[in-house]
Structures are given as structure tokens and as C-alpha cells.
Design a protein around this ligand. Structure first.
Ligand SMILES: Nc1ncnc2c1ncn2[C@@H]1O[C@H](COP(=O)(O)OP(=O)(O)OP(=O)(O)O)[C@@H](O)[C@H]1O
Ligand SMILES: [Mg+2]
Length: 306
């Protein structure tokens, strides 16, 4: 048995030197179990067939990143360190119908109900803020694992808002520079939260997002992670066309509306561009409320259409 461990350690070192394993510390925070089938099982990572050797399966590790949960809580992001905050309470209400649809427990089954896109009519309405909060809120549930995808590839902000440096991701997969999804996924110190960054900036980023390769990638993600809730931060619907293409793959869409700013006509146009999506949920963001009296949390009122 020890020789298996030695073999695996040697092979991991080779892979690290060959640049296959991106993070030098990845092997340290991934547990290696020796199974009774005389091969090596790595339960929390996906095994990559391309680097399998005989009966030793070798993993492609996802890197692990550390979120500063206290700093995020101060920035108004839902955090397990501040479970009773006002924002956490608000997201508890918003996530309920989304989770139940994703898990097939809603009034009727929703195809691709676990694929949830967060969008808005215009820029700056709070899409990224909402996508992050929703992902954090769902990931702190006992039963639900979440992947947060930064699909606003032309103007990504998820990693920055989370205080993380840029990292390869979606665009690298779409141009074919990386072909294994798990190698660009980032695990976090919230066990149930994984991130798929937007990746290396590309001149044709918006075309890539609307490409067949993206449709294929979404199908792969949906197949491979059918038990996860996948949240896509996305570009605004009325300023881009790729967001509407992305919407066609989704089972549920959260439409963020900047309270007191977005015009009703823009909301109507945005909603009509996502008509085909089975579930649309509208969230009123930055509503003035009695408690804070200004720029602040979410309005409780949301429209739920099915
Ligand atoms: N409810 C809120 N409470 C406090 N700050 C908020 C709230 N909603 C959004 N913000 C802040 O407003 C700014 C714009 O929000 P965000 O980046 O999420 O918008 P967006 O719709 O993703 O914009 P873009 O279209 O540029 O991607 C950010 O600085 C964000 O932190
Ligand atoms: Mg954004």
C-alpha cells in the first residue's frame, strides 16, 4: 500500500513539474484515500482520464482559494460568519423558490432548473452583487452545493468582488487553451462553494459567450454537475445580445431591478427577451427602506412567474 502512495506522490510531482497541476499547494489540501480496489480515489476532485495510468487514477486538482469572510461580511456579502445579518435574511427569502425548483420540488418539474442566470436590463443594477450573495447563501445550506460562474466575460467582476486575483476560467475553456473544466474551477473555504472564473481576457469574449462552444460547455456542466446549483453572473440583457443567448440555456432567471432607477419600459423589454425561460424571478435591489433609509439591501417584494 505504501508503494501506491509513493507512486502517486511521484506522479503528482511529475505533473506539477509539467504544469498540469496549477497550484503547488493543491496536493496538500486534497486528501488521498487508498481504496480496496488497489487504485487511488480522490473523492472531492474529478478524475481526468487523459492522465490515468494503468490502475492508478490521477486527479486534475481544482485549486483552493481562501475567501476573507469577515471582509466580505463588511462589504455586505452573505457570510457564514454573520448568519443573522439583514442581507442573509433577505437572501433566505429569495433563494427558497430557486432551490425548490432546482431540486425538482417546485409546483412542476423545470428542465435545467439547477441552471440559474442572474441578469438585469441595464448595467450596474446589482447582478454580480446578487449572484455572489445568492451563491453564498445557498452554499451555506446543509444540502446544496453551488458553482458560481462569472459569465460576464467582457466585464468580469466576481473574483474582484470576492477579493481574489484573476485566474483562468471560462474563456480559456472556450478558446481551447484548457480542456479540463475541473482544472480551472476554484474550490473555496466554503466547502459547498466552487467558482468558475471568467478567465483570461479575450478580444472576442462576447462572441465566445454566444458561441456553440459555450452551449456545449453548459451542457457538459449540466451533465457533470447535475446535483449542483449553477449560478451564472451575466451581462445586462438590453445592452448585449450574448446575454439573451445565454438565457436560452437556463431553467431559471433572476432579474435584478435597480429600484427607483430602472424604467418600467426597460424592464418590460428585458422580460420579453427572456420569455422562453420557464421561471423568472424579479428582485428589487437597493430599495429604500425604513430601517436603513437609503442605499441598502433588497426589497422583499419579488415577482415569481412560472
Ligand atoms: N443591495 C446592495 N447593497 C449594497 N451595495 C450594492 C447592492 N447592490 C449593488 N451594490 C453595489 O453596487 C455596485 C454595482 O453592483 P454590481 O457590480 O453587482 O452591478 P452589476 O449589475 O453586476 O453591474 P455590471 O452591469 O457593470 O456588471 C457594486 O459596487 C455593488 O457592490
Ligand atoms: Mg456585474
Amino acid at each position: 500500500m505504501s508503494s501506491l502512495i509513493e507512486q502517486a506522490t511521484r506522479r503528482l510531482e511529475q505533473l506539477r513539474q509539467a504544469g498540469v497541476i496549477l497550484n503547488t499547494s493543491a496536493s496538500e489540501d486534497s486528501k488521498i484515500y487508498i481504496s480496496n480496489k488497489s487504485n487511488i480515489d480522490i473523492p472531492s476532485t474529478v478524475l481526468d482520464d487523459r492522465i490515468s495510468e494503468k490502475n492508478i487514477k490521477l486527479p486534475t486538482f481544482s485549486r483552493k482559494v481562501e475567501l476573507d469572510l469577515d471582509a466580505l461580511a463588511v462589504a455586505g456579502i452573505v457570510s457564514p460568519n454573520a448568519p443573522r445579518s439583514q442581507i442573509a435574511d433577505q437572501y433566505r427569502v429569495i433563494k427558497r423558490p430557486l432551490i425548490s425548483n432546482a431540486m425538482g420540488k417546485g409546483p412542476s418539474p423545470i428542465e435545467n432548473g439547477n441552471l440559474i442566470m442572474v441578469t438585469s436590463a441595464l448595467a450596474g443594477e446589482g447582478k454580480s452583487f446578487s449572484a455572489i450573495n445568492l451563491a453564498m447563501s445557498i452554499a451555506t445550506e446543509l444540502d446544496n452545493t453551488v458553482m458560481l460562474v462569472d459569465a460576464d466575460v467582457a466585464r468580469p467582476s466576481v473574483l474582484r468582488m470576492l477579493g481574489l486575483p484573476a485566474s483562468p476560467g471560462l474563456l480559456d475553456l472556450l478558446v481551447g487553451d484548457v480542456d479540463d473544466l475541473s482544472s480551472v474551477l476554484l474550490r473555496t473555504n466554503i466547502d459547498k462553494l466552487t467558482l468558475l472564473p471568467s478567465g483570461t481576457p479575450h478580444l472576442r469574449a462576447t462572441e465566445l459567450l454566444a458561441s456553440d462552444a459555450m452551449s456545449q460547455l453548459i451542457r457538459n456542466i449540466a451533465d457533470r454537475y447535475s446535483d449542483r446549483i449553477i449560478i451564472f453572473d451575466s451581462p445586462p440583457l438590453l445592452l448585449t445580445t450574448e446575454s439573451r443567448v445565454l438565457a436560452t440555456h437556463m431553467g431559471q432567471i433572476v432579474m435584478v431591478v435597480h429600484a427607483e432607477k430602472t424604467l418600467q419600459i426597460d424592464i418590460q423589454h428585458a422580460l420579453s427577451s427572456i420569455e422562453a425561460c420557464p421561471v423568472k424571478l424579479m428582485v428589487l435591489n437597493q430599495a429604500k427602506n425604513g430601517v436603513q433609509g437609503g442605499y441598502g439591501g433588497y426589497g422583499y417584494g419579488y415577482g415569481y412567474e412560472q
